[in-house]
Design a protein around this ligand. Structure first.
Ligand code: SF4
Length: 420
């Protein structure tokens, strides 16, 4: 079937417009200043253009206002002789959340995007109708990543529904995209490298990495609650009262160090080795029998492997327990290798263990992503120049804000990062 040439349809419409003495009004939806640049430059000659900034898809909120300010200052300064009006709507992310529900894991360009185009174009059509504009359109087709056919079909449908003329377009054509890049470069404009929504932001980060470094407890496995209760229970077992801070006091310690600490701090009449023997029995049960993979982990590991990512583990747990857990849950063969902090005497207060993991995968640290549930490890990896996915764990709930602040992505389940 012959493809519709939307660029030609626009030219024909412009030819008709040129026969009239008065320029018609056009409400031009814009997603950001860089995309709008060549489009406004092209249309100003034929239309009285008003720019309409309504993009509830944009994530995070800061980004929304950053783009809207850039849009306003660009129109004010670059087109100063034209006095272009810019209408910026308030950030209403719930508009987008509602339409994206059920399509969170769709790939960029899929069903979620169709609904996202429609949401923004429909709001533009309604505003154009209510405020007496002659035409409406959107800058979105300037991007080579957007489906021009879909955009124009939606525009046509809305035009029929609301009775406002839609200006067919394919703004990337006739060097439109190239020109938008030139203007952005010339003005040193802020140009984001993801489409807009949270999912496109996540997808861009995940797809740009070549290797993933996973923590084990609390990230891949549901074993953290054991550690929450283990040290206080140990103290109680010997008839002593644990301090309220005990969990934090031992948070960064290995099992051996916890036993030494408990014996010394609470005057326990046993050697650390005796306590450790008992601990090991419990750990064998935990990693060899009771521990489970967290929600979404198995699916995400398969997705990562399918996408050609190298995957490994860097964990604060002893190597023999890591291995027990991986074998018991049937995921041992998925990993290139595992690194154990206590075995290597490298802890997560420094990024060296992540650097070593990257090196063993034949990658630069910047080509990897670290997955962690613990705030101190998130901070270490981030300060070490590595991208981080913060993973929710029930035991780290009180540190959620710190993790969100420091991680590049924060997820409740790794399922959120599967885009297909
Ligand atoms: S990827 Fe872009 S077009 Fe698709 S839903 Fe996200 S913001 Fe909208």
């Amino acid at each position: 079937m012959e493809k519709t040439n939307y660029s030609m349809l626009m030219e024909e419409e412009i030819k008709r417009i040129k026969q009239n003495s008065k320029k018609p009004t056009l409400l031009l939806h814009s997603c950001c200043a860089p995309c709008s640049s060549s489009v406004i430059e092209l249309l100003l000659e034929y239309f009285d253009v008003t720019v309409y900034y309504y993009n509830p898809n944009i994530y995070p909120e800061d980004e929304y206002y950053k783009r809207s300010k850039e849009q306003e200052s660009f129109c004010r300064e670059y087109f100063k002789d034209h006095n272009i009006k810019v209408i910026s709507e308030e950030y209403k992310k719930e508009d987008f959340v509602k339409i994206a529900k059920g399509f969170e894991n769709a790939k960029e360009g899929g069903e979620r995007c169709t609904l996202c185009y429609k949401l923004r174009l429909e709001k533009t059509a309604v505003y154009a109708k209510e405020n007496g504009y002659d035409y409406f359109a959107s800058t979105l087709s300037v991007s080579p990543l957007k489906c021009t056919k879909m955009l124009n079909e939606i525009g046509e449908e809305l035009s029929n529904k609301y009775g406002v003329k839609y200006l067919y377009n394919d703004f990337k054509k006739k060097n439109g995209y190239k020109r938008s890049c030139e203007i952005s470069r010339e003005l040193g404009m802020y140009r984001q490298d993801w489409c807009g929504c949270k999912y496109s932001y996540y997808e861009r980060i995940i797809s740009s990495a070549k290797g993933f470094i996973f923590d084990l407890d609390g990230t891949l496995s549901d074993t953290m609650p054991f550690y929450e209760t283990y040290s206080p229970n140990l103290v109680r077992h010997f008839g002593k009262i644990p301090k309220p801070t005990i969990r934090d006091d031992v948070r960064l310690l290995t099992s051996e160090e916890v036993c030494e600490y408990v014996v010394k701090e609470y005057n326990i009449p046993h050697t650390p080795e005796e306590l450790l023997k008992e601990t090991y029995k419990q750990l064998e049960n935990l990693y060899g029998k009771d521990g489970k993979l967290k929600d979404g982990v198995a699916e995400f590991l398969d997705f990562a492997i399918k996408k050609g990512k190298k995957i490994c583990i860097a964990s604060a747990t002893a190597g023999k327990f890591i291995e027990m857990f991986l074998k018991q849950t049937g995921i041992y063969n998925k990993f290139e290798f595992y690194l154990s902090c206590p075995d290597l005497q490298m802890y997560k207060d420094k990024p060296d263990i992540y650097y070593l993991a990257a090196e063993k995968m034949g990658l630069k640290p910047s080509e990897t992503i670290v997955f962690e549930d613990a705030h101190h490890a998130v901070i270490t990896a981030k300060k070490g120049g590595i991208k981080v996915v913060g993973v929710y764990d029930v035991c780290a709930e009180k540190f959620t804000d710190i993790i969100k602040e420091n991680a590049d992505i924060y997820v409740e389940s790794m399922k959120e990062l599967i885009f297909e």
